[in-house]
Design a protein around this ligand. Sequence first.
Ligand code: SF4
Ligand code: FES
Length: 370
Amino acid sequence: MPQPYGLLAEVTHQCPLHCVYCSNPLELRGRQDELTTDDWLRVIREAAGLGVVQVHFSGGEPLVRGDLETLVAECRRLGLYTNLITSGLGLTENRARTLVSAGLNSAQLSIQGDAAESTDLVAASKRFDKKQDAARIIREAGLPLNMNVVLHRMNLPRLDAIIDVCVSWGAERLELANAQYYGWALRNRDQLLPTKAQLDEAVDVYERRKAELAQHMELLWILPDYYEPYPKPCMGGWAQTALTVAPDGVVYPCPVAAEITTMEFSSVRDHHLEWIWSSSAAFEAYRGTEWMADPCRSCPRKELDFGGCRCQAFALTGDAGRTDPVCMHSPDHHLIQDALVRANEPDGAASGELVREELVYRRPSMSARR
Ligand code: SF4
Ligand code: FES
């Protein structure tokens, strides 16, 4: 049985932003469904018992929870490394101080682009200034500043300027995460999927800046899998290295699996985390390679990419057990190719000037409109 080393604690789905590529499920959990402080303390203890060594506090916006310091302190007591994944909105000097005193080890600040306009377009928020404040607060609190930006057709042409912003704010590490298309991002795929030319130019920028900044900032490039011949080894394989606990206590092998509506996932309200990890049907379903059908079953790459992403297979085909359609050998690969053809058409709907009204912003009421 593999041992998880990371816990993604999605302590809330509440968030001041409305990003069009949010990794949260379309069915957002309300505040009334959230685990209590005592529930989370138990989850953290059970995770430590299971072998977890890193806890990433995420959301939504985790700063919305007033008990974050209590949870971080419990992690410190248990010797777990803690990371705060934040939009920066709501981070004050005082909050940073209390979190660091509780034992917070690092913070990752997300931006949507290099200016207020891009934040407004992608996240329906004008608070770019708050992100700059948050970067300063994180550094003044003595934490390393890690930054993250999701890349897509609206901001890829601004990559140089985005990197400049992160350098000027003092980031030590910048994750350039090309958008992955599930959930909200899949809803907005026609507006987000870049052209091949945009991507090629961005790769040049990334390589040039990575070399230039080698002594100052680490640059990471998360591959845009639609343009790859083989899928990514998502999560290092299903239920191999990490688990996600959603705000309502339901446990998933990855942050997106809540979208797989054909599977039943268990809750920490009903079961010990150890049982969910090692014995629940959902975690067992795609662990290892035994579950695979062809073409994966007889493919020499099956131990390298594990058949790709289960969430992507479900999102595109309705069957989480199929080969990830990104794979050139998948019988469903045309689903990817069709999207790429549309993205690269000079006059297609996907390539027109972005119209804000066409974007579907992350909002709690989305489920009612499905
Ligand atoms: Fe990976 Fe399956 Fe494609 Fe082989 S056939 S490369 S194992 S996704
Ligand atoms: Fe869930 Fe890939 S995002 S398995």
